[in-house]
Design a protein around this ligand. Structure first.
Ligand SMILES: NC(=O)c1ccc[n+]([C@@H]2O[C@H](COP(=O)([O-])OP(=O)(O)OC[C@H]3O[C@@H](n4cnc5c(N)ncnc54)[C@H](OP(=O)(O)O)[C@@H]3O)[C@@H](O)[C@H]2O)c1
Length: 255
């Protein structure tokens, strides 16, 4: 079993801030060089890059929209050219739009646009990066892929008004399970299913407090706790197609 990641390179998507940033810092803390992607958060990306480099590893921040597969190709090429290989992929990037079914039903173009965007970010890009980088990892004899899904994919407790996010997170769970089969035994593919971690900034604080009260452990999960789950899978030789459900025990409640 690995105890450090010295000499390895990790690629983390959507990681300028919030949970993705914590994942980069945890992997860097074990010695991995980090390539991370951002779309709009350029200032946060710069500051995350500086913080990563202060840990004594090499870091590369790549701007790119993951819904554009040419951009994915460019980022994979740049990462490989800079570090020689990518050994670890964490599909973290996400988008969380409210999509009431009445609005989706009323306008086909609206449905098509929003559905395509959610499929692209939660399924198409993770699958594309997974096959591009996963096959290279397999050829190199070692690799790790971790997909960040959502507790709903494990708990089967969907909530209303976010149907496109939830449907495509179920899809990402499917991407994990099928890639685990395709890439074994050299590459492991696992997923992490978080509950409430960092609420979107636009959420009403009182509504967040009501959600928190419904969680059996009466607390939200810290980004560093999701990052610790990523390390657990990356360092383990014994798990593929597995899921870590980290949600404060929210199994008995919908929220
Ligand atoms: N936060 C929670 O409580 C929670 C709960 C359950 C599951 N999760 C899952 O945990 C992961 C991290 O959560 P989070 O809340 O930290 O994520 P987030 O803030 O919603 O998104 C992370 C980053 O994804 C990037 N992104 C979105 N669309 C993109 C695109 N088309 N191309 C490239 N990057 C794109 C954004 O980058 P820019 O800012 O650079 O545009 C954003 O900063 C996600 O997969 C999320 O679904 C989170």
């Amino acid at each position: 079993m690995q105890t450090d990641l010295n000499g390895k390179t990790a690629f983390v998507t959507g990681a300028a801030k919030r949970i993705g940033r914590a994942i980069c810092l945890a992997l860097a803390g074990k010695g991995a060089n980090i390539v991370f992607n951002y779309r709009r958060s350029a200032a946060e990306a710069e500051s995350t890059k500086t913080d990563l480099e202060s840990l004594g590893i090499r870091a590369l921040a790549l701007q790119g929209d993951l819904t554009d597969l040419e951009a994915c190709d460019r980022m994979v090429a740049k990462a490989s050219e800079t570090f020689g290989s990518v050994d670890i992929l964490v599909n973290n990037a996400s988008d969380f739009p409210r999509t009431p079914i009445e609005e989706l039903a009323a306008d086909r173009a609206h449905f098509e646009k929003l559905f395509a965007a959610q499929v692209d970010i939660h399924m198409r890009a993770p699958l594309y990066l997974g096959i591009q980088l996963g096959l290279r990892m397999k050829a190199n004899g070692w690799g790790r892929i971790v997909n960040i899904t959502d507790r709903v994919t494990v708990r089967s407790q969907a909530y209303s008004n976010w149907i496109l996010y939830l449907v495509t997170k179920y899809g990402l769970f499917g991407v994990s399970q099928t890639l685990a089969e395709e890439l074994r035994p050299e590459v492991t593919v696992n997923s992490i299913a978080p509950g409430l971690v960092v609420p979107p900034p636009e959420f009403d604080p009182e509504a967040v407090e009501r959600l928190r009260e419904k969680i059996p452990l009466k607390r939200q999960v810290e980004p560093e706790e999701i990052a610790a789950d990523v390390l657990h899978f990356v360092l383990s030789d014994a798990k593929t197609g597995a899921v870590l459900l980290t949600d404060g025990g929210a199994g008995t409640h919908t929220y």
